[in-house]
Write a protein that binds this ligand. Structure first.
Ligand code: FPP
Length: 244
């Protein structure tokens, strides 16, 4: 199969690693928290732009399982930003027909935060425009490990046999079950790595690394990334399509 994305093609699922908040702030002599605050503004811009372009799924890496190792004050600030975002933005997102989903490990999170997640998801469950997926306390290896544990339990209980475990079955046991795989993965901030993000799901994603820091990201940055995506020849392991 070959699919050059083409000039009008819009990726169905865009996943973003929102990197560079801290460096953006440090370069301006500001505390890192100021970068994270501007990062929320960039997030709002991006959700609007993605909705406008007709993207179906936008998955944002807001906090990784490894981010707990940051200084306590920064962790506390990021958690508070997320709470504030849910409190202030969910109603408007709901009005815009956006469905909110949260992926990642909820075990061990504060019950009040889990409740906020559940309420935001329940309120927006029937919405049909953009699916906004927030990856929080997310790590892909941990997600795959949890899925394997569930499957191993099913085998041990005699509910399935090892042969029943196919790639599709594994996919259906991940946090992203039911969502299409990302077509385009964008990372801002100049680094070129995947940082334990959607490792299984990005098997055939196109990667676009942008130099700008996340607080600078806007509709034009998204359009640029999509232009690069459109120029790629997606072969999914096959050969380039022959013209007869
Ligand atoms: C990476 O930049 C960014 C994060 C670890 C957090 C991303 C969070 C936001 C954009 C705002 C909060 C999110 C929500 C959903 C309200 P970095 O701090 O690693 O930057 P650096 O690499 O320059 O240090």
């Amino acid at each position: 199969m070959s699919a050059t994305a083409g000039p009008d093609c819009v990726p169905r699922h865009v996943a973003i690693i929102m990197d560079g908040n801290g460096r953006w702030a440090t370069q301006r002599g500001l505390p890192r928290s100021a970068g994270h605050r501007q990062g929320v503004e960039a997030l709002r811009r991006t959700v609007r732009a993605a909705s406008g372009l007709g993207i179906s799924v936008l998955t944002l890496y807001s906090f990784s399982t490894e981010n707990w190792s940051r200084p306590q004050a920064e962790v506390r600030f990021l958690l508070e930003l997320l709470r504030r975002f849910i409190r202030t933005d969910v109603a408007e997102l709901h009005q815009s027909n956006v469905r909110i989903m949260i992926i990642g490990d909820r075990d061990g999170l504060e019950p009040s935060l889990r409740k906020m997640f559940e309420e935001a998801e329940a309120l927006t469950r029937e919405n049909t425009s953009l699916k906004l997926v927030i990856a929080f306390n997310y790590g892909s290896r941990q997600e795959i490990t949890r899925a394997v544990q569930v499957l191993a339990r099913k085998v041990a209980d005699g509910k399935i046999s090892p042969q029943d475990i196919t790639p599709a079955v594994i996919g259906n046991h991940l946090d992203t079950a039911g969502l299409p795989d990302p077509d385009l993965l964008i990372r801002t901030g100049g680094e070129q790595r995947i940082s334990n993000y959607l490792l299984w799901q990005c098997a055939y994603a196109e990667f676009v690394f942008l130099p700008e820091f996340w607080p600078e990201f806007d509709a034009a940055s998204l359009a640029r990334a999509i232009d690069i995506f459109r120029s790629r020849d997606r072969r999914f392991g096959g050969l380039k399509a022959q013209t007869a």
